[in-house]
Design a protein around this ligand. Structure first.
Ligand code: GLU
Length: 498
């Protein structure tokens, strides 16, 4: 039997989850669910200096809001916990020592000052200082010192780190599901620190040990980790472990210009870059996006179904997603298109659900109406809306009489004779008992032709006085909804005011 698919999302709790991080989580989720596997959340909090209070809770909330909860992780213990690296601390050192035993890693005692000195010295000569095969024997470490000297230093409590001994003169063949084979000359690699003097592992060591221990089969992460793939592959080799398969997702690019999407792009362009509001930065949730829309646009950032289909539910995504259809090249972020996705998802919501959401807004504005009425309003205007927050502007005239009239429209539509025509309409309306759209329409139209008026003389000004503007759905529907008395009042008010 083949191994059960297990993937992990491994954020560091150093701040809010960026929308790109959420996409990484989503692709992991989709891959896991497509393959009947497990989706693990692992919190990579070994760097205590960068720890941000509340970040972990934020990540969990964002995943839940999108409907992509993890199967195992903090608070959902499975067989591979704990799932916070800070709680696994005691584990990592023994692995670093194992590598030293195997001759794959070494102690290094160089102080920060010495290394800094080397760095500056190199810089001055236009070179870059790399700690690796070409100079490691000139530095202070267990490769250049005798066993005795090393022991002495350790016993004396001198600070040390444990570095990986990158191999010399090897051509390394890396494999990535999205990018294929990548060749690397090991001579360009530096001897990365695996274990720090503060007793904590670095990201590289903890990440590999945990992926191995948690039986992760596929590592799906952002392209920014591609440069670490060589080291990670070497580490699996050094431990004698089978490496998981890797897939590095393309970067998410700025809407215009070059480079990676950043927080500043959002500030400049007026669109969110976080799923949920964080401090002063509005999130997609608070901006009125449906989680379905966010999931939908994120899925298409870098993945393509190979068809023209654009609207995907989470379930459809699970069924169609493959890593083979993820592109190598960066995916341009398109805030306009994201709005379109929301508009599409809004149309798919039931009027009941939308009415409930709208009701909350109406409440806040101090308006109240029967649920059935709100539902009818929503059904009449939702086609023109991308967000529930657009509803009020599209429908205020269903709840209150216009307080002003569009000036341009007044100039164009309010002519000599218009007040008399409007009085004529009022007379007709007054005699309608069954104030239904089709009946009002029939009566008004009959009156128009009998009085030898034109439609253009009656309907546009009538809309103007009822709505305050030239917008809105079928006018007789609006009149039927606001009712006879209100319709007549609005006409009378306008005749008096205009
Ligand atoms: N902790 C890393 C991050 O913050 C995880 C990278 C990986 O998935 O290996 O993105």
């Amino acid at each position: 039997m083949s191994q059960k698919v297990r993937v992990r999302f491994a954020p560091s709790p150093t701040g809010p989850l960026h929308i790109g991080g959420l996409r990484t989580a989503l692709f992991n989720y989709l891959f896991a669910k497509k393959n009947g596997g497990d989706f693990v959340l692992r919190i990579e909090d070994t760097d205590q200096n960068r720890f941000v209070e509340g970040a972990e809770e934020y990540i969990v909330e964002a995943l839940n809001w999108c409907g992509i909860p993890f199967d195992e992780g903090p608070g959902k213990e499975g067989d591979f916990g704990p799932y916070r690296q800070s709680e696994r601390k005691q584990l990592y050192k023994s692995y670093a020592l194992k590598l030293i035993e195997k001759g794959k890693a070494y102690y290094a005692f160089d102080t920060a000052e010495t290394l800094d000195h080397h760095r500056k010295d190199h810089e001055a000569k236009g070179k870059t200082f790399i700690y690796n095969w070409h100079n490691r024997l000139k530095l202070t470490n267990s490769l250049s010192l005798s066993n005795e000297e090393v022991k002495e230093k350790i016993v004396a409590g001198e600070d040390y780190v444990i570095r990986f001994k990158s191999p010399e003169n090897e051509e390394l063949l890396l494999n990535d599901i999205i990018r294929g084979e990548i060749k690397i000359d090991t001579n360009i690699l530096d001897d990365k620190v695996l274990f720090k003097s503060d007793g904590m592992p670095t990201y590289h060591l903890a990440n590999i040990v945990d992926d191995h221990q948690m039986q992760i089969t596929h590592v799906i992460r952002g392209e920014e980790w591609l440069p670490s793939l060589a080291l990670h592959t070497l580490l699996y080799d050094a431990f004698g472990w089978e490496a998981p398969q890797f897939a590095h997702l393309p970067l998410i690019m700025k809407p215009v210009g070059k480079g990676k999407l950043s927080k500043r792009d959002g500030e400049k362009g007026g669109f969110p870059v976080f799923p949920i509001t964080w401090n002063q930065s509005e999130g997609y949730r608070e901006a009125g996006f449906f989680p379905e829309a966010v999931v939908n646009f994120l899925a298409l950032l870098g993945w393509n179904p190979g068809t023209e289909q654009e609207i995907f539910s989470l379930e459809e995504l699970v069924n169609t997603f493959t890593l083979e259809r993820v592109n190598k090249s960066g995916a341009r972020f398109d805030p306009e298109k994201n709005n379109w996705y929301n508009q599409q998802w809004l149309q798919r919501k039931s009027d009941d659900e939308l009415a409930q959401m709208f009701n909350a807004e109406l409440d806040a504005k101090g308006f109240s109406a029967e649920p059935e009425y709100i539902k009818r309003v929503v059904s009449a205007i939702k086609e023109r809306a991308s967000f529930v927050k657009d509803f009020w502007d599209l429908s205020n005239y269903f709840f209150e009489a216009p307080s002003s009239y569009n000036e341009k429209a007044v100039k164009k539509q309010w002519k000599e004779g218009t007040p008399e025509i409007m009085n004529g309409v009022t007379n007709i309306l007054e005699n309608i008992n069954d104030f239904e759209s089709s009946i009002i329409e029939e009566k008004v139209k009959t009156w128009i032709s009998e009085s030898e008026l034109s439609f253009g003389k009656v309907m546009p000004p009538l809309r103007l006085v009822i709505v305050g503007d030239m917008k809105g759905p079928h006018l007789f529907d609006i009149m039927a909804m606001i009712g006879k008395e209100e319709s007549i009042n609005r006409i009378k008010t306008a005749v008096a005011r205009l």
